[in-house]
Design a protein around this ligand. Structure first.
Ligand code: C2E
Ligand code: MG
Ligand code: MG
Ligand code: MG
Length: 290
């Protein structure tokens, strides 16, 4: 009967919703412990220069391997941490790890390239991002040009003034600021006009299908960025064919599984070496304009 069906439906529905809420609660209750116990780790994904295939940076991506839940995806815990006003705790933890890895690499005489940190819009509302960053960069003696800040396009129009004034401050202090996921939101062009970014990270969805139409869209974005003096990086490069195309249209930097998957710092470097992507020698001297 319909009544019975409804009962069954609502039971399943509640179960699913219940599980989701339990997981959310778990995330909120365990984030501090997960950071303290090292269940949360920072992985590094290489960025290469399209022309030379040399590593010119890394993006720091957070990973949570929980003893109870197993692997939790950033796509599920980041929105929860934003909602519960805890995201700045995580992002500053990630920064701390980046600084520690930088210091270690420097001591060991390893190659140093800039690392990208993802920031959420909420970070700017929850803390004085500039001051928190400066504090850690000073503590670990990391040159500001070694940290790049990625801010997602889709969240920008909500706190325009706050963020655009902060971007100015970051630039003045020597940080690079990139727009993440360009092309995934709905007012990209307005944002380009109002914010001062060094580089556009072209969202991987635009290249996913890789047909004539999507290729034209991507090459138009690269042309437009050139005209307004902004650099470009394509995300989600998975094939040699995509790499060749992006190189041809003049996209400057590339990131994706074809080059390397996110991995712990040393593993990530090994992975690139095996695949034939060497470190860019003295990136700063050769590309002063990075
Ligand atoms: P994002 O900043 O756009 O990062 C790129 C995402 O694409 C990463 O997913 C990366 O693993 C994935 N990716 C890279 N290359 C490829 C590829 O060739 N193919 C495919 N299919 N995927 C690729 P991930 O690590 O799951 O992160 C998802 C999102 O979570 C990130 O998107 C970022 O917005 C957010 N996120 C990750 N770490 C942090 C963090 O520390 N703080 C904040 N606030 N957000 C973070
Ligand atoms: Mg990013
Ligand atoms: Mg992105
Ligand atoms: Mg993305």
């Amino acid at each position: 009967s319909i009544k019975k069906e409804r009962e069954i439906f609502s039971r399943y529905y509640d179960e699913e919703l219940g599980q989701l809420l339990t997981k959310q609660r778990y995330i909120v209750d365990h984030i501090e412990e997960a950071m303290a116990e090292g269940y949360i780790k920072v992985y590094y994904q290489p960025l290469v220069r399209a022309l030379t295939k040399e590593i010119c940076g890394f993006e720091a991506l957070v990973r949570w391997a929980d003893p109870h839940y197993g692997f939790l995806s950033p796509a599920e815990f980041i929105p929860v941490l934003e909602e519960y006003h805890l995201i700045h705790r995580l992002d500053l933890y990630v920064l701390e790890k980046i600084c520690q890895d930088y210091q270690k690499t420097k001591e060991e005489g390893g190659s140093l390239v800039p690392v990208s940190l993802n920031l959420s819009r909420m970070d700017f509302e929850l803390c004085d991002v500039f001051r928190e960053l400066e504090e850690r960069m000073t503590k670990y003696q990391v040159p500001r040009e070694m940290l790049t800040l990625e801010i997602t396009e889709s969240v920008l129009n909500k706190s325009q003034l706050l963020i655009s004034s902060q971007i100015k401050r970051f630039h003045e202090a020597g940080y690079k600021v990139w727009m993440d996921d360009f092309g995934s939101g709905y007012s990209s062009l307005n944002i380009l006009k109002d914010f001062d970014f060094d580089l556009l990270k072209i969202d991987m969805l635009l290249l996913r299908e890789f047909n004539e139409k999507s290729k034209k869209i991507v090459s138009s974005i690269v042309d437009m960025a050139k005209k307004i003096g902004i650099r470009t990086l394509a995300e989600g490069v998975e094939t040699e064919e995509q790499l060749e195309f992006l190189r041809e249209i003049g996209c400057e930097k590339l990131q994706g599984y074809y080059i390397g998957k996110p991995a712990p710092y040393l593993e990530s470097i090994m992975q690139c070496r095996e695949k034939g992507f060497p470190f860019e020698a003295a990136w700063k001297r050769r590309y002063n304009d990075d």
